[in-house]
Design a protein around this ligand. Structure first.
Ligand code: HEM
Length: 396
């Protein structure tokens, strides 16, 4: 049997496709309660739309590690006409292997360490500018990662505003089930973004700096379309994910009265936020051949979702999984994925999260939530707040 890939989105509701309704207010408030119910019904289940959904740590791990699962023709078809070369996030070996290795050559630990003082300076500036009653999403969580990626890629300060506009639009392209309007909007942003970078690459080839773009431009085996697709990928994969790490982090720390821990043990705090309330809630693969997963036959072409948000609360791996415990060892969480597509920006994301949360805890240890249940964005893949109103009384 060869499944024909993803069902036609307009004829099915998101709940039919996914097996849960990602826009239900109860789900947005607490998806983990629903995941628990789903996993109690089975480690893997089939949705009305014909997708398989893995709910346990064991099966999500198997899905991400097994080379018989990959992208093939993408189940959640995100291709758009304005995108001639895909980023390697959606590729399988050997193309993925080649491109990821080339990009990793430029994206080095040394480059990141050089960035650290800039991340600290940008964070301090943003926190310093926060009013006493502030929205931490628009005031800190949102601008920090986009400014950091701008710096990383060597975008001149005068272009940061424009860069942020493209980023806003492109960030939405991670979600499946895009509408026609959104598709044409993201297509336009992608084209403008690419034109801009084509110009910037030409400048950096003449006058290289110590930024990532200059380093990537020196990698001779990278073609220009591949280089441009990589810039888009770094922006899309690295922006809203990190926004949500910071937003979800502040919310959970404030709710549990644990903010001071972020100043004392930022590394552990960030790992527990990533486990407990991961920015990326799910990811998908296709069966590249007939396979079995958790005892269920998976015919070639079947799309399979791995629920990262559920795997990170799997009681078989994390004792008392629903307890937000910043002293635990959250070692095996899947927030950055696993296997060949493991997040290339994990070190950078952790650095940003640790700096943002610890600086905020040091500057405003008495921070209080101004709304006990702030609203979430209606996203499928990403979980993050639309805003996070806080009171920064007694700021240091
Ligand atoms: C891949 C999560 C930040 C760049 C991934 C994947 C996850 C993830 C789950 C794997 C997707 C899959 O297997 O289908 C996150 C989270 C972040 C974050 C939770 C923030 C807290 C970043 C940053 C960058 C970045 C800051 C770069 C600036 C990438 C790239 C990939 C990736 C390039 C593709 C890797 C590949 O396909 O080989 N990320 N990410 N990410 N991420 Fe991140």
């Amino acid at each position: 049997v060869e499944a024909s890939g993803a069902p036609d989105p307009p004829s099915m509701s998101p709940a039919d496709v996914l097996g849960f309704d990602p826009f239900d207010p109860d789900f947005l408030r607490d998806p983990y309660a629903e995941y628990r119910e789903l996993s109690e019904r089975g480690a893997i289940f089939r949705t009305r739309g014909g997708l398989l959904v893995a709910t346990t740590h064991e099966l999500c791990t198997a899905l991400l590690r097994d080379p018989r699962f990959g992208h093939g023709s993408d189940p959640l078809d995100r291709r758009d006409p304005g995108q001639p070369v895909e980023s390697f996030l959606w590729m399988d070996p050997p193309d993925h292997t080649r491109l990821r290795a080339l990009v990793s050559r430029a994206f080095t630990p040394r480059m990141l360490e050089r960035l650290r003082p800039r991340v600290e300076a940008i964070t301090a500036e943003l926190i310093g500018a926060l009013p006493e009653e502030a929205d931490l999403v628009s005031g800190l969580a949102y601008p920090l990662p986009v400014m950091v990626i701008s710096e990383l890629l060597g975008v001149p300060p005068e272009d940061h505003e424009q860069f942020r506009d493209w980023s806003d639009t492109l960030a939405r392209s991670l979600d499946p089930m895009l509408t026609e309007d959104l598709l044409s909007e993201t297509g336009r942003a992608r084209r403008e973004f690419r034109d801009y970078f084509r110009g910037l690459i030409a400048i950096r080839r003449e006058r290289p700096g110590d930024d990532l773009l200059s380093a990537l431009a020196r990698v001779e085996e990278l073609t220009e379309p591949e280089l441009l697709a990589t810039c888009v990928l770094l922006l899309v994969a690295g922006h809203e994910t990190t926004v949500n790490l910071i937003g979800n982090g502040v919310l959970n720390l404030a709710r549990h009265g644990l903010l001071r821990h972020a100043a004392e043990r930022p590394r552990q705090v960030v790992e527990e936020v990533l486990r407990y309330d991961p920015p990326v809630q799910l990811t998908g693969r296709n069966a590249l051949e007939d396979v079995e997963l958790g005892g269920v036959p998976v015919p070639k072409g079947t799309p399979v979702l791995g629920l990262i948000g559920a795997a990170n609360r799997d009681p078989a791996v994390f004792p008392e999984p629903d307890r937000f415990d910043v002293t635990r060892d959250p070692g095996r969480h899947l927030a950055f994925g696993l296997g060949i597509h493991f997040c290339l920006g994990a070190t950078l994301a952790r650095m940003e999260g640790e700096i943002a949360l610890s600086a905020l805890a040091a500057a405003a240890p008495e921070l209080e939530l101004a709304e006990p249940a702030p609203p979430y964005k209606e996203n499928v893949v990403l979980r993050g707040l639309a805003k996070l109103p806080v009171r920064l009384s007694g700021r240091a």
